[in-house]
Ligand binder design. Sequence first.
Ligand code: NAI
Length: 343
Amino acid sequence: MSTPIPATLIPGDGIGAEIVDATLAVLDALRAPFVWDRQIAGMGGIKTAGDPLPQATLDSIRRTRLALKGPLETPSGGGYRSSNVRLREEFQLYANLRPALTIIPGGRFDKIDLVVVRENLEGLYIGHEAYIPIDGDPHAVAMATGINTRAGSRRLLEFAFEQAIATGRKKVTIVHKANIMKALTGIFLETGLELYERKYRGKFELDTVIIDACAMKLVLNPWQFDMLVTTNLFGDILSDLVAGLVGGLGMTPGANIGADAAIFEAVHGSAPDIAGKGIANPIAIMLASAMMLDHCKLPDLAQRLRRGIDETLNIDKVRTGDLGGSASTATFTKALASRIENS
Ligand code: NAI
């Protein structure tokens, strides 16, 4: 029996409760040692505590340093900042890790296995934006400032390189636009090349590619890549592109990792159009919980969960509607739990 691991659980909005409950059922089948502290955020936080990120939720994550999070709705208007962005800033979650792995064979792109590592705190997403009014037009000029630091680039690149070694990746590709944004993305490229020469040469192959060429190459021949590491904006776009290569958002987990905490989530949102219908695909957040098991040094449990998902989809052929099947969330979860119990 493993040592109990305290962790915060945020079911979130929309389909959140349905997919999180499904995940808890399979983690129970695995006898995963998490001891959950259930907290609220998003619309649930606004309704109950008047804040999309209540203090009790922040305190819980500060204590456990580990969270599994369902999707959070950010209401447009009302002056609320995105809870996801606030969480990243609050806990300095500087690395966003998004693996994309083909689970159902025979799609447009088969046998995809790559990972995007995105810098999560700097770049053009720092929110320094302004308009300059001219001649009565309040929005005549729009400006945004991007900031990348040597230290911020280095800690993200170091995380990516260590992750590449720990997971046996053969090649890491730094994605940039240093031909045009010479300072802003040049510093990231320069820091990566310098770090590789100083500490990592020979441990894996390092390559560099300009973002626009990278987008084209990902569509023409995604198999040439193994791990992509890049700045905030490029990483945001590329990680959705890569999710598309493996069948869309329903299959893609993400991890936000920092010095103070690690938060695991599905990449998709709260899917309000299907919330409460019992038909949501819970795989993305289940795969996020597998990443959480890896993070807690329980790779055998993570592997059993991933194998169970693969077998339920491909041997039992139990699939939810978004994957072309007719199973409900509950039917899929039951089939997976019994696969795990018998594994
Ligand atoms: P969405 O990802 O919620 O939905 C897009 C489409 O994919 C919908 O048709 C939905 O039914 C479908 N879908 C998503 N997840 C699915 C699943 N697990 N199974 C089956 N179908 C699924 O994106 P949308 O509609 O743009 O956003 C809805 C809300 O979610 C917004 O308030 C947005 O701010 C929030 N959001 C939160 C995120 C987070 O907390 N990490 C990420 C993205 C959006």
